[in-house]
Design a protein around this ligand. Sequence first.
Ligand SMILES: NC(=O)c1ccc[n+]([C@@H]2O[C@H](COP(=O)([O-])OP(=O)(O)OC[C@H]3O[C@@H](n4cnc5c(N)ncnc54)[C@H](O)[C@@H]3O)[C@@H](O)[C@H]2O)c1
Ligand SMILES: O=c1ccn([C@@H]2O[C@H](COP(=O)(O)OP(=O)(O)O[C@H]3O[C@H](CO)[C@@H](O)[C@H](O)[C@H]3O)[C@@H](O)[C@H]2O)c(=O)[nH]1
Length: 327
Amino acid sequence: MSTVLITGGAGYIGAQTCKALASAGYHPVVYDNLVSGHRAAVRWGPLVHGDITDRATLDAAIRQYRPQAAIHFAAHAYVGESIADPGKYYRNNLAGSLTLLEALRDGGVGKVVLSSTCAVYGEPSQLPITESTPTRPINPYGASKLMVEHMLADFERAHGLRWLALRYFNAAGDDFDGEIGEDHAPETRLVPLALEAASGGEPLTVFGIDYPTHDGTCIRDYIHVADLADAHLRALAALDSGIASQPLNLGAGRGMSVREIITMVEAVTGRQVELRYGPRRPGDPPELIADAQRAHTLLGWSARYSDPLRIVESAWSWHCRKRERIS
Ligand SMILES: NC(=O)c1ccc[n+]([C@@H]2O[C@H](COP(=O)([O-])OP(=O)(O)OC[C@H]3O[C@@H](n4cnc5c(N)ncnc54)[C@H](O)[C@@H]3O)[C@@H](O)[C@H]2O)c1
Ligand SMILES: O=c1ccn([C@@H]2O[C@H](COP(=O)(O)OP(=O)(O)O[C@H]3O[C@H](CO)[C@@H](O)[C@H](O)[C@H]3O)[C@@H](O)[C@H]2O)c(=O)[nH]1
């Protein structure tokens, strides 16, 4: 059984990936400080409660479990917050990743899959975005992830570390079995906030209606978390078979505007989403759509679960379970 160290495995995408890994016969060892993840989401292997900036705890975990590879999800991941507090992002995402890479190098772990992001492209010069589209991040979050990609390339040159950087577009949707799901406090992401507004919670604020898009709101490429989990399994297998280190886009190749997501949420829930209109959120590019052909060619991956209806239905079903648990 192959053991994989999963930093951030108690979080939204990490936990879904641990579930997929375990069902494919891997032994996922979660390394997480629980700053935004949940102990209850760690169900498919042990949890080491530790911080990626803490070298001693990392070393002990690597010595104890001897992983063959690592998947590195642990990060802060909010565009807006990164503009307001860049130091928080560089410390955790950049300095934390450096500490992790040195621990992996010294512990003899030679393969890494990084959670990267389409935020590395900034305001892209072309759509859909391929991996050769210039990377010019417009927020510290995207910049911190791009710097980690550069560190990986340097570690490969110097130490032979092999890597894939999976540049996810907007993760959305939840576990089809309803076991785990997105659960952040406070929540900042569009789909869960729209569902909350549909359930009678806080109205949803639309950040900007004056973008140069067909309805004036931002367009994103929403990708189901189950598709992302599947891509990580394929990435590990590809590293085992000697794939060249590189970035790979993971998106559905289809854009949805904020208004279109709201309409979908209203259709699925049968309820109205109460809206407020606010200014643009700093750091938000108008439109991001993936060309994921490279992941298709090299990993045999494609977005199988990312139909917007399935995304919103699975998120709604998780949202209802979560509310039942709380009440
Ligand atoms: N959700 C998206 O749409 C999206 C898109 C692109 C990339 N990503 C990337 O995917 C990864 C996971 O995102 P998510 O949405 O699941 O976020 P999340 O907040 O649910 O998960 C992040 C996990 O990392 C842990 N963590 C954070 N800092 C840590 C530290 N210093 N030490 C140990 N653990 C730490 C948290 O406790 C949490 O469990 C992140 O790297 C994020 O940048 C997410
Ligand atoms: O209350 C809200 C929340 C969001 N939005 C808009 O909805 C879109 C999606 O926003 P959000 O769900 O916050 O996701 P992003 O800011 O696009 O960032 C997500 O997707 C990125 C990849 O695109 C990842 O890297 C990030 O980690 C992840 O949080 C954006 O246009 C936002 O302006 C609103 O209008 N109102």
